[in-house]
Design a protein around this ligand. Structure first.
Ligand code: ADP
Ligand code: ZN
Length: 195
């Protein structure tokens, strides 16, 4: 895979998208590691919402990880950024940030930073996920990864939400108290949302 902005002295936005299990965190970690090898100072963040595996690291489903700063929102991230000197700004699970993150990424790129984001492009309903579509439009470089569909083994572009083993309803709230929830990667044909 070619990271077209890797050697540029001009600021830019890169975004890595796809469903769960597509390898977005893995790819973000790879780019952070390469930036470290190139002796660039990397500042990495993720939203506090993501508690999987470890709290102060970006972690992939296959066990790779790099340190990061967990933050509540864009404001908290901005406050930290303003205190630091760095070359690369990396943000995992970008879909969980508020609208202000779009302007922040633009401002950082305009100020000469290399911004690398990763996150879900679609929610469990298969609809564009909040801040991600505008960032994809503004980015210099977009990579859309696929996972493997857990039903038919074709490339998966969607995230299937399962509640007590059944496809979630369109109207199901994001947090369902007491329900057993799971997510799996699925293709367009196998992805189901109950109306
Ligand atoms: P993401 O950040 O996109 O959720 P991760 O980088 O955390 O993805 O994890 C990617 C890893 O997940 C793969 O390298 C593979 O080992 C594992 N994996 C588990 N289920 C699947 C699947 N259905 N399709 C592809 N990879 C999967
Ligand atoms: Zn399928």
């Amino acid at each position: 895979m070619v990271d077209i902005m890797e050697y540029s002295k001009i600021g830019s936005i890169e975004i890595i998208v796809g469903p769960m299990y597509a390898g977005k965190s893995e790819e973000l970690i790879r780019r952070i590691n390469r930036a470290n090898i190139a002796e660039l100072k990397v500042l990495a963040f993720k939203p506090k919402i993501d508690k999987r595996y470890s709290d102060d690291s970006i972690a992939s489903h296959n066990g790779k990880q790099v340190p990061c700063i967990p933050v509540e929102n864009t404001e908290e991230m901005m406050a930290i950024i303003q205190q630091e000197t760095f070359d690369v700004l990396a943000i995992d699970e970008i879909q969980f940030f508020d609208e202000a993150v779009i302007e922040m990424c633009q401002d950082m790129a305009d100020a000469g930073k290399r911004v690398i984001c990763s996150g879900l492009d679609l929610d469990f309903r298969g609809e564009p996920f909040k801040v991600v579509p505008p960032l994809m439009a503004m980015a210099e470089h977009v990579v859309k990864l696929t996972a493997i569909c857990m039903v038919c083994k074709n490339p998966a572009t969607r995230t299937q939400r399962l509640v007590n083993g059944q496809p979630a309803k369109y109207s199901d709230p994001i947090i369902l108290v007491g329900a057993k929830e799971a997510y799996e990667a699925r293709c367009r044909n196998c992805h189901q949302v109950i109306k």
